[in-house]
Design a protein around this ligand. Structure first.
Ligand code: ADP
Length: 390
C-alpha cells in the first residue's frame, strides 16, 4: 500500500511543471524532482519519493548549478550530499529556505535566474517538520512578460487617444475663442478637427475589431478562395486609395491557388501587409506578393524593398499598438494595431505568420493558410467587402 502511494507520489512529482526541492536544515538537498533538475541542471533524480529523514546520497554527474558552462561542478566525487547553495548558486534561495526552517513559517520569494536568457521564478517554501522544508519553483517568465505587454498596451492606448483628443480640444477652443469669425483660417481649423477625430475613430474601431477577434466573437466563414483574385482586389483598393504611387507592385501567384479562408478577413490580412509594405517603402521601391504550396498548405510572402525593421523591434511588431522607431513611424499614419489584428486573423485560420527583415534593405512577411480541397466558387470572386474592416 505504502509502495503504491510512493509510486503515485513519484509519478506526480515527475509530472509536475514546477521544480520541487526538499531541503534539510543542514541546507542539503534531500530530494528533487525532474523539473528542479532541469532548472538547476542537476543529474536526473533517481528515486524522488520516500522522504528520507537524513540527507540523501545524490549521485553526481555534473551538477553545474544554474547555467554557466564554465562553473566548476557543484560537488565532486561519485556520491555526495548536494548542498543547496552549490546546486542553486543563488544565496537568495538559500536564505529563503533557511528563514523558513528557522522561523517555521511559509515564505515566498521572487527570483531571477540569468542564463542565456533571464528567467523569473516564484519560490514558495513551506516547512514540513522533521527539519525539512519543501520549496516549489514556478516559472513565471511568460506570465510576467504578458503582464508587461498588457501594462504597456494600456499606457500606449491612453497616450494614443489623448494625443488627438488634446488637439481636438485645442482647435475647438480656438474656434470658440474667436477663430470662428476668422474667415481665412477657420476652414483649416475644422479640417484639423476632422483629421484628429478620424484618427480617434480609426483607433477605436481597430481596438474593438482586435478585441472581438481575440475573444473569438468574430466568426469566420471559410470557403475556397482563389488567392490571386483576392490579391488583385486588395491591390486595386490600395491603388484607389492612392497608395502605391511611389512603389511598383508585383504579383507572382499561380492562378489555380485556392485557399480555405474567410474572404473578407483574408482581404484584411493582405491589405494590412501590402499597405505596410508600401507605407514603409522608399521612393521607387518594390513590393512583391508571391505564394507557394506544399503539403496542403499555401505560404504567402509579402516582400518589400523598404526601410526594414531593426532586429530589436522584430520580436515586438505583432504586439498591440507597437510601432517601430517612433520618429519614423509617427510620420507614417497608422495605429500600431494592424499587425496584431493580422496575427490573430491568420491564427484564426489555422495559419502562422512571421517576419524577417534587413534593416535599411527591406522586410518580408510570411503567412500560411490551409489549401482548399475544392475549387474556388464563382461567388468568391465577387466584389471585395473590405471597406468596413480597414
Ligand atoms: P502601423 O502600421 O499602424 O504602425 P502595424 O501593426 O501594422 O502598425 O505595424 C507595427 C510596426 O511594425 C510599424 O509601426 C512599423 O514600425 C513596423 N512595420 C510593419 N510593417 C513594416 C514593413 N513592411 N517595413 C518596415 N516596418 C514595418
Amino acid at each position: 500500500m505504502a509502495e503504491d502511494t510512493n509510486k503515485l507520489l513519484s509519478a506526480v512529482l515527475a509530472a509536475m511543471r514546477e521544480g520541487v526541492l526538499i531541503v534539510h536544515s543542514r541546507m542539503e538537498i534531500v530530494l528533487y524532482n525532474d523539473a528542479a533538475a532541469r532548472i538547476f541542471r542537476l543529474p536526473e533524480p533517481t528515486s524522488p519519493v520516500g522522504l528520507p529523514t537524513k540527507p540523501a546520497q545524490i549521485p553526481v554527474k555534473s551538477a553545474g548549478g544554474l547555467s554557466d558552462a564554465n562553473r566548476q561542478p557543484a560537488v565532486s566525487g561519485r556520491q555526495s550530499r548536494l548542498r543547496l547553495v552549490d546546486a542553486t548558486r543563488d544565496p537568495a534561495i538559500n536564505d529563503t529556505f533557511r528563514k523558513a526552517l528557522d522561523r517555521r513559517e511559509t515564505l515566498d520569494a521572487r527570483l531571477e535566474m540569468v542564463g542565456s536568457t533571464i528567467k523569473c521564478f516564484y519560490l514558495h517554501v513551506s516547512p514540513l517538520g522533521n527539519d525539512l522544508a519543501v520549496g516549489i519553483f514556478s516559472d513565471v517568465t511568460e506570465l510576467e512578460r504578458l503582464e508587461r505587454v498588457r501594462r504597456e498596451f494600456f499606457a500606449n492606448l491612453s497616450h494614443e487617444l489623448r494625443t488627438p483628443l488634446t488637439a481636438i480640444l485645442a482647435y475647438a477652443e480656438t474656434l470658440l475663442n474667436g477663430a470662428l469669425d476668422d474667415l481665412e483660417n477657420r476652414r483649416q481649423f475644422v479640417e484639423k478637427l476632422h483629421k484628429h477625430a478620424s484618427r480617434m475613430k480609426e483607433l477605436i474601431s481597430d481596438i474593438s475589431d482586435l478585441s472581438a477577434i481575440e475573444s473569438g466573437a468574430v466568426k469566420l466563414a471559410p470557403g475556397p478562395v482563389r488567392l490571386r483574385s483576392v490579391v488583385a482586389d486588395v491591390i486595386a483598393l490600395a491603388e484607389a486609395r492612392g497608395r502605391p504611387s511611389r512603389v511598383s507592385l508585383r504579383v507572382s501567384i499561380p492562378d489555380d491557388f485556392v485557399v480555405q479562408a474567410d474572404r473578407s478577413r483574408l482581404e484584411q490580412i493582405l491589405y494590412n501587409l501590402i499597405d505596410n509594405a508600401i507605407k514603409f517603402n522608399k521612393e521607387g521601391g518594390e513590393v512583391t506578393v508571391s505564394a507557394s504550396e506544399r503539403e496542403r498548405k499555401v505560404t504567402i510572402d509579402v516582400e518589400d524593398t523598404g526601410v526594414g525593421i531593426p532586429e530589436s523591434d522584430l520580436p515586438r511588431i505583432f504586439e498591440r499598438l507597437y510601432r517601430g522607431d517612433k520618429s519614423r513611424s509617427r510620420k507614417a499614419e497608422g495605429t500600431g494595431l494592424g499587425l496584431a489584428i493580422v496575427k490573430h486573423l491568420v491564427q484564426a485560420h489555422g495559419g502562422e505568420i512571421s517576419a524577417t527583415s534587413v534593416f535599411g534593405k527591406g522586410s518580408r512577411f510570411t503567412f500560411t493558410l490551409p489549401a482548399s480541397t475544392s475549387k474556388a466558387e464563382e461567388e468568391n470572386d465577387a466584389a471585395p467587402s473590405l471597406a468596413p474592416l480597414i
